[in-house]
Design a binder for this molecule. Sequence first.
Ligand code: HEC
Ligand code: HEC
Length: 289
Amino acid sequence: MKSLRILVVLLALAAPPIVGLLFTYEIIKVDWVSFMENQPSYRPMEDPLPLPKGAVPVDGPVYVPGVPWPNPVPADEVSLARGETLYNIYCAVCHGPQGKGDGVMKAYLKTSPPPDLTSPAVASRDDVSIFNMMTFGGGTMPNFRDLTVRERWDIVNYVRKLQKDAGVEIGPKAPAQPPAAEQPATGETGEVTVEVVAPLFQKGGCGSCHVIEGIEGAMGTLGPDLCVTGEAVQKGEKTMEDVIQDIVDPNAVVAEGYSPVMPTNFGDLYSQEELELMARYMATLTCKE
Ligand code: HEC
Ligand code: HEC
């Protein structure tokens, strides 16, 4: 009788750990409530959150040769002061305190000495190419991707100041263009010529997001190849007014599969006449196989 009682007590004591082990080794499986699922993040196959109106990429500019990407940071006192500090920390060792290419590292970089940043050749580059030299590096120059986008623009502004102080002419030489009023808007046949529309597309940086056939450097992929717009017009699915609408109010209809990232201020940038010229050019485009 006594031994039976001891056995019962032992069994009673052993039961909870045994039950625990059954779960541990998954002999008994219970689907747990998965708390990971109860979270606000988006899972694959779900729509991403819509971008806020007017949002643009923040990782820095997409550089397409010939397509200007404006420096978003004004060269004010704050920016220049920050740029000076950063330049003296990161760049002066090679390029020298005044940008003359005479930093202390020069002695060790015999085969590829740091260039004089105040030379006319470097001064003639646009801001974004200086920015991207920091983003990607090149030759023996390391990249400075660890600097924030804002910091890199601050340095660009300061490098510009060094160049200005050295008295060199800054920025790419604008291609000689007759003033808009004197430009023949259309060719003999009433066709819109590339010469007329290319500067217009360039003014809006359209080519950094769109492929536009015939326009040099227009190879962007954030937006659709604009041949689709041309074909829509040719098939009668879109009128010229619709195309102009696509430019001035791009978020009214967002093309499927794309984010609403197209700038919304083109209505202010272009005159009605300029919009019509671009629309007429796009209407001639066809998508190649
Ligand atoms: C280790 C030395 C070194 C440091 C540090 C350095 N550079 Fe350079 N930089 C070079 C060299 C070398 C080249 C030439 C690269 C080549 O061979 O193409 C160069 C090229 C450049 C160019 C391109 C000039 C041209 O011909 O268009 C720019 C702009 C530039 N550097 C800016 C900067 C800035 C701004 C910084 C600081 C954030 C910096 N560099 C830091 C060594 C350096
Ligand atoms: C920052 C990138 C960006 C820039 C710059 C940009 N676009 Fe777009 N564009 C887009 C995206 C993304 C779409 C597709 C989503 C939408 O319809 O808003 C689009 C759509 C369009 C469409 C409609 C295409 C269709 O038929 O579905 C037209 C037309 C167009 N853009 C023309 C232009 C022109 C002209 C410019 C320059 C004045 C320009 N875009 C500048 C990103 C851009």
